[in-house]
Design a protein around this ligand. Structure first.
Ligand SMILES: [Fe+2]
Length: 406
């Protein structure tokens, strides 16, 4: 059995034929999948040649490729691709591993569900999952992770009265992201005093919090946010959520001039706490480079300065007003109460979250953690690969059956 340049198991996929065409080895499978594998890429990925047997990581400094990396001959030996290189070394390739590349399952987007935009009519409440089952791992954990990636929103219910359950969750999926608020932080208000809680953050008051995304003051704002409710004796103060994908899609169609302003004109966001000088300048709707997740920068308590020409400011303010109004509209925004034992998880860069003002007094105590996209996506891929439940349904594969290696 040839070793693969990783530590996964692959189903055996016997190729139909191979051929050498100039510098590419062409592999064809009976299901129609084909792969055009470039000679230097094959050399780098041959375990024991360009890949280390112990670490399964690449050994080749790109500057060290030369005539020796050329392919002299490519043959199938008992369904295994064997490649003779010009320097005399032999590469052997697992046909299942080659097939997974041919079908796009090596791409960053693979083993993840596609994001599903939603409006209030599509998703009137967060998808619910049983907290203790998710904490136990297995299929319940996989189902919750997939909903987080798909909808950017999922709720755990029935969690224990443990103030550090957010840290347990972080340990389960990867690592929590520490910030100046600490690895786990409190959103705590005793509104007996009509919103006069001693606080340095709007979040810790009884005031309404309009639709927003936390920490746009960072180059990369936290990916996901998890809020665990320990106590809620207040009336009102419902949580609100708006899907940024649906909102941005609607803005693009219904208000193209505002969409243009929101995706190009930049603002400086900054944290003004004593001893802090976090700041970042960016547009409110940031599509990033191709394949990057959507990032919304929208949090008026920390929006500082327009970073644009003076003549652009009127349209920037107009566009921002429409963005904020649409985000709070019942067409897009859902609203629900927090109950003790709930933990609402959401994509902090995609979903705009907020809170209505409290109608009457009482204690309210949430505990929050941030976990970056990288951790959630890695945990989702691992869970889906392990269970095999996403192998063909959820994995986003290329629409083409033919693939050329880079
Ligand atoms: Fe927030």
């Amino acid at each position: 059995m040839p070793l693969t340049p990783d530590f996964y198991d692959y189903p055996w996929k016997a190729p139909e034929r191979v051929s050498l065409d100039h510098r590419f080895v062409s592999v064809v499978w009976p299901d129609g999948a084909t792969l055009a594998a470039f000679d230097r890429w094959l050399y780098e990925n041959a375990v024991g040649v360009g890949t280390d047997v112990a670490t399964r990581e690449g050994l080749m400094d790109p500057a060290h490729h030369g005539p020796g990396s050329a392919v002299v001959e490519a043959t199938l030996v008992e369904d295994v691709l064997e490649v003779a290189f010009a320097d005399g070394q032999l590469g052997r390739f697992h046909p299942g591993w080659l097939h997974h590349v041919a079908t796009g399952k090596h791409l960053a987007s693979s083993w993840l569900p596609e994001a599903v935009p939603w409006t209030a009519a599509d998703l009137p409440a967060p998808p619910d999952h049983h907290g203790p089952d998710v904490l136990a791992g297995g299929e319940a954990l996989a189902a919750w992770l997939n909903d987080l990636v798909r909808y950017g929103l999922a709720r755990l219910r029935g969690l224990p009265d443990d103030p550090d359950v957010g840290l347990q969750l972080g340990a389960l999926v990867g690592a929590v992201r520490d910030t100046n608020f600490g690895p786990i932080w409190d959103v705590k208000a005793d509104v007996t005093f009509a919103g006069s809680a001693d606080t340095n953050s709007t979040a810790n008051s009884a005031l309404r919090l309009g639709p927003h995304a936390d920490l746009p003051t960072r180059e990369t704002p936290p990916g996901f946010q998890f809020l665990h409710c320990l106590v809620n004796e207040t009336e009102g103060g419902f949580s609100t959520m708006t899907d940024g994908h649906a909102l941005v899609d609607a803005l693009r169609v219904e208000h193209p001039e505002h969409y243009q302003a929101l995706t190009t004109l930049r603002w400086v966001f900054f944290n003004r706490g004593p001893g802090l000088d976090h700041r970042w300048s960016g547009p409110m709707i940031d599509h990033g480079v191709q394949g990057a997740p959507l990032t919304l920068r929208a949090f008026y308590p920390v929006r500082g300065f327009p970073d644009m020409e003076p003549e652009d400011m009127p349209r920037a303010y107009d566009a921002m007003a429409v963005f904020s109004e649409m985000a709070a509209d019942s067409r897009f925004q859902i609203s629900y109460p927090f109950a003790p034992g709930d933990m609402v998880g959401f994509d902090n860069r995609r979903i705009l979250h907020g809170r209505d003002a409290y109608a009457s007094g009482g204690a309210r105590h949430l505990r929050g953690v941030y976990i970056d996209h990288d951790e959630i996506r890695s945990a989702t891929r691992v869970a889906n690969r392990r269970l095999g439940n996403a192998s063909d349904q959820n994995a986003k594969t290329s629409s083409r059956s033919e693939r050329t290696t880079p």
